[in-house]
Design a protein around this ligand. Structure first.
Ligand code: HEM
Length: 518
């Protein structure tokens, strides 16, 4: 047989098998039920080419065009998206058991210890065990109360840092000061260390820590084509997987160093008593899974990394958005300050016990979450087995993009979607404004159901405290040469969605100067 004939036979066989398998998939889907409507798709890539740099906006426009539940094919992956409160409730609550898993992306494999953490782990006994440790050992009311003093001292550092800039006549880079506030709060609680400011772990370690976390966030948020098109991994033209492996190694070295330092402290007898143990101390003292004496190092590292990633960026990004919207709307700033002056006055600083009495500020945070949710797609979920929603067939292993950005700007449930108007959230009877989702599912900052954020109360404390202090202590205006309207609200997509450009503003102290120096 000559080679040309052999080549024809191989090509013919490949074509026949490909057509047969496509036909079988289509046939089995037809017998199972209709997929939700969605945009037409290309062979092989499906709808991947229809996604731009702001995919949450693309998916929201599909929902406007095709209805509240949209089906997409992303390369080899089935996906659905929605911006509708009833469908979101169905997915996260009514069908919680079906949709409580996560896709195993390459970033999660490389950067979350083979999906061995909480946030990116598939549903199963291991995830349940890790999540229980978070809830019952790390994020208990008692444990969080034991860090109240540290949080108060970080709030004071924040005020002092901004005050120092005002004294030097410098504008404030709010991304920097808010990032340092969140990071210090989290690392003091987790690692017993402060990375920014005087008395911190030092500039070299702080810089290393910040660089690693930024790279980690960036890689985790990336829609990496290798997850959807297997052949992309062979070429990896932008070297993403190589980068993932590099960051994996650096992150691991960093966590290993922290664990070793804690072990050494324990050997030297320097560990603090039970009431004040940091999270790494707690994790080192816990028994492991299946009767083991201790947790594995990788389990500890995965949990610590999750906490850092989940807690810092979410609160810092939310705070920067809230500051941008308020500086853009001086009327709102004035109302926040009126409330603060009434509840707190000018002779003391805001404390955590004030936060539940600041109803207008709570509306500001709720409105910020409506327009700029920290996680525009939550963390994508995945169906464990095939199911139905609204009579449509949803295959097993479908990736679920719950579009919280689209939900907050859904014209069917909100008026004036692009107007920042905190008053819309005031309750008619003057009762406390809840920031997490209510029964109506009209906003969803911390998600709902089995995978909902276990750190919501702490996250809200970080957000409300930073904002209350900054608005109580300072007046805010745009930098010289800009008007309030000039403050931009461009977004940059990622696992969390920050402002595209850092927010720079001018602060002016509004309390007596001795208040800033204590
Ligand atoms: C303003 C602050 C915060 C916001 C907006 C936020 C939001 C979220 C969102 C949207 C999710 C995904 C839920 C889902 O996929 O259904 C999540 C998950 C998670 N968050 Fe938060 N979060 C915040 C603060 C925190 C804090 C302070 C911690 C812990 C110290 C934390 C720990 C976690 C963990 C461990 C998960 C994964 C849960 C799981 O998959 O089972 N978060 N968060």
């Amino acid at each position: 047989m000559d080679f040309q004939l052999l080549a024809y036979i191989i090509v013919f066989a490949v074509l026949v098998s490909r057509i047969t398998s496509l036909w079988l998939i289509r046939f089995s889907r037809q017998t199972m039920g209709k997929l939700p409507p969605g945009p037409p798709r290309w062979p092989i890539v499906g709808n991947l080419l229809q996604l731009g740099s702001l995919p949450h906006r693309d998916l929201a426009s599909f929902c406007e065009q095709y209805g509240p539940l949209v089906y997409l094919r992303l390369g080899k992956v089935d996906a659905i998206t929605t911006n509708d409160p009833n469908i979101i409730r169905e997915i996260l609550c009514q069908q919680d058991d079906v949709f409580a898993s996560r896709p195993q992306t390459l970033a999660a494999i490389h950067l979350a210890y083979d999906c061995g953490d909480v946030a990116l782990a598939p549903f199963g006994p291991r995830w349940k065990w890790m999540r229980r440790i978070c809830m019952e050992q790390l994020l208990t009311t008692k444990r969080l109360e034991s860090f109240t003093k540290q949080r108060a001292s970080e709030a004071q550092h924040l005020v002092q840092d901004v005050w120092a800039l005002t004294q030097a006549g410098d504008p404030v880079n709010l991304r920097e000061v808010l990032g340092a506030f969140s990071m210090n709060n989290v690392t003091r609680m987790l690692l017993g260390k402060q990375y920014f400011g005087s008395g911190s772990a030092g500039p070299k370690e702080a810089l290393e820590f910040m660089n690693i976390t930024h790279e980690l966030f960036w890689l985790l948020g990336l829609i990496y084509l290798g997850d959807y098109l297997p052949f992309w991994r062979w070429i990896d033209p932008y070297g993403c997987e190589k980068k993932m492996r590099e960051v994996e190694k650096r992150v691991d070295d960093f966590h290993m160093k922290i664990i070793e330092e804690h072990r050494q402290r324990k050997v030297n007898g320097d560990q603090k008593d039970d009431g004040n143990m940091d999270f790494v101390d707690v994790l080192l003292s816990l028994p492991g899974k299946d009767g083991k004496d201790h947790m594995d190092d990788n389990e500890i590292k995965a949990l610590v990394q999750d906490m850092i990633a989940a807690a810092t960026d979410t609160s810092a990004v939310t705070n920067e958005w809230a500051m941008a919207e308020v500086i853009k709307h001086p009327r709102v700033l004035h109302k926040i300050q009126e409330e603060l002056d009434g509840v707190v006055g000018h002779d003391r600083m805001v404390t955590e016990s004030d936060l539940s009495n600041l109803n207008y500020l709570r509306c500001v945070v709720r409105e910020t979450f409506r327009m700029h949710p920290a996680g525009p797609f939550l963390i994508p979920h995945e169906s464990i087995h095939a199911t139905e929603i609204n009579g449509y067939h949803i295959p097993a292993k479908t990736r679920v993009f719950i579009n919280t950005h689209g939900l907050g700007r859904n014209k069917l449930i909100w008026d004036d979607i692009n107007v920042f108007r905190p008053e819309r959230h005031l309750t008619t009877d003057g009762s406390r404004v809840e920031i997490s989702h209510g029964d109506d599912f009209k906003i969803l900052p911390f998600s709902a159901g089995k995978r909902k954020c276990p750190g919501a109360p702490l996250g809200l404390t970080f957000v409300l405290m930073a904002l209350a202090r900054l608005f109580h202590c300072f007046d805010w205006s745009p930098p010289d040469g800009l008007t309030c309207e000039d403050i931009d609200t461009q977004e940059r997509y990622g696992m969390t969605m920050p402002k595209a450009q850092p927010l720079i503003a001018i602060a002016k102290p509004r309390l007596a100067s001795h208040m800033y120096q204590s």
